[in-house]
Design a protein around this ligand. Structure first.
Ligand SMILES: CC(C)(COP(=O)(O)OP(=O)(O)OC[C@H]1O[C@@H](n2cnc3c(N)ncnc32)[C@H](O)[C@@H]1OP(=O)(O)O)[C@@H](O)C(=O)NCCC(=O)NCCS
Length: 333
């Protein structure tokens, strides 16, 4: 079966910079707490009239141009977000309309911070099977619309930033640049370690959402921070080792590791656990915070721009998110 590769990457970050001192005006917290526990110093917030599909469309345009393609050469759009434009239909439809791609199939996936890994895996399989030639994978988040500054919500609110990243996957010309493996995992037993209770159909009543849901904070993220921290470090570290073993590689052969930008302390623990050289691990979480699924494609894009990743570099992408959902992708970039 022919191989696929990432043909192009794109990103978009809204211009408004929000510092920890700005966050201190929204909730009871401190720059010291945020920096010490998460490493985050700044993040971006979109303006109120900007949606996830708006951010995604800009990232997609850059990715398609970077791939040397025109938009009409895209055959499938896969989108991941936890902050869709509307409750339904899927955000991919709104993105597709903005990209002028009416008629081609679209697919929404809901894998939270692991969205890019799942999207890449699907794209790789579709391209290798010959079903679609060029697949656009977009991850976009407007997490600033999900900020809960109450004492219950602030452990996650301090991390959140807005942004979008996209990749185009298409046929590989030869073995020098290709996707070598994607390995996916999930464990729904932990679905409530980081979740939003309402709206929903499991609330023991017929109303999808009520005013009481809003008043009681059920519409906000609730996170068991310690469980997420520990499992994030464990699963991302294990996923890297699993990826190396599955491909018969040693850690020293890897040119770059690009992890989900959850939290700088988590990244430091992963570096320590794996024993990988810090210079090979890309991080931008200090600048942008945690942008859920958008973090990884933006980090990959910036790692290419920075020169850490060059054509032919051997790269592992790894992510962990709520669900739990996690996995890796190995590529010759
Ligand atoms: C969020 C995180 C920094 C919180 O650190 P923690 O030590 O686990 O914090 P806890 O929630 O146990 O709270 C510890 C104390 O800090 C306080 N606290 C929590 N968030 C705070 C904030 N933003 N500002 C100030 N104090 C805060 C709590 O109220 C608590 O106070 P108490 O001991 O008086 O009750 C940490 O759990 C973490 O990084 N988790 C992973 C988060 C993550 O990466 N999520 C995304 C996954 S994709």
């Amino acid at each position: 079966m022919p191989a696929s590769r990432i043909l192009g990457t794109g990103h978009y970050l809204p211009p408004r910079v929000v510092t920890n001192f700005d966050v201190m005006k929204m909730m009871e917290t401190s720059d010291e707490f945020i920096v010490q526990r998460t490493g985050v110093r700044r993040r971006r917030h979109a303006e109120a009239d900007v949606s996830a599909s708006d951010l995604a469309a800009l990232a997609c345009q850059e990715a398609v141009a970077d791939a040397g393609l025109t938009m009409d050469q895209i055959d499938l759009v896969i989108m991941n977000t936890i902050t869709p434009d509307h409750a339904d239909p899927g955000c991919a439809f709104f993105l597709q309309a903005k990209l002028g791609l009416a008629g081609i199939p679209v697919l929404d996936i809901k894998q939270q911070c692991a969205g890019l890994i799942y999207g890449l895996s699907l794209a790789d399989h579709f391209v290798r099977a010959g079903t679609y030639r060029h697949v656009l994978v977009a991850c976009a988040e407007v997490l600033s619309t999900r900020i809960d500054g109450s004492n219950e919500g602030r452990n996650i609110a301090i991390l959140l930033g807005d942004g979008a990243g996209a990749v185009v996957v298409g046929p590989a010309e030869d073995d020098s640049r290709r996707i070598l493996s994607t390995i996916l995992h999930a464990d729904g037993r932990h679905a409530k370690a980081l979740y939003t209770e309402a709206p929903g159909s499991a609330l023991g009543r017929k109303e999808h959402v009520t005013k009481d849901d809003i008043d009681a904070g059920r519409v906000h993220f609730r996170m068991d921070g310690k469980a997420i921290f520990q499992n994030g470090v464990d699963k991302m570290s294990e996923a890297v080792v699993e990826c190396l073993q599955a491909n018969g590689l040693a850690l020293e052969q890897i040119d770059a590791l690009v992890p989900h930008q959850a939290n700088l302390r988590m990244l430091e623990k992963i570096v320590e656990r794996l024993g990988i050289s810090r210079e090979k691990v890309f991080a931008n979480v200090e600048e942008y915070g945690n942008m859920a699924s958008a973090s990884l494609p933006i980090a990959f894009h910036e790692a290419r721009q920075s020169g850490l990743i060059r054509p032919g570099s051997l790269v592992i992408l790894v992510a962990f998110g709520s669900g739990f959902s996690w996995g890796s992708a190995l590529l010759r970039a």
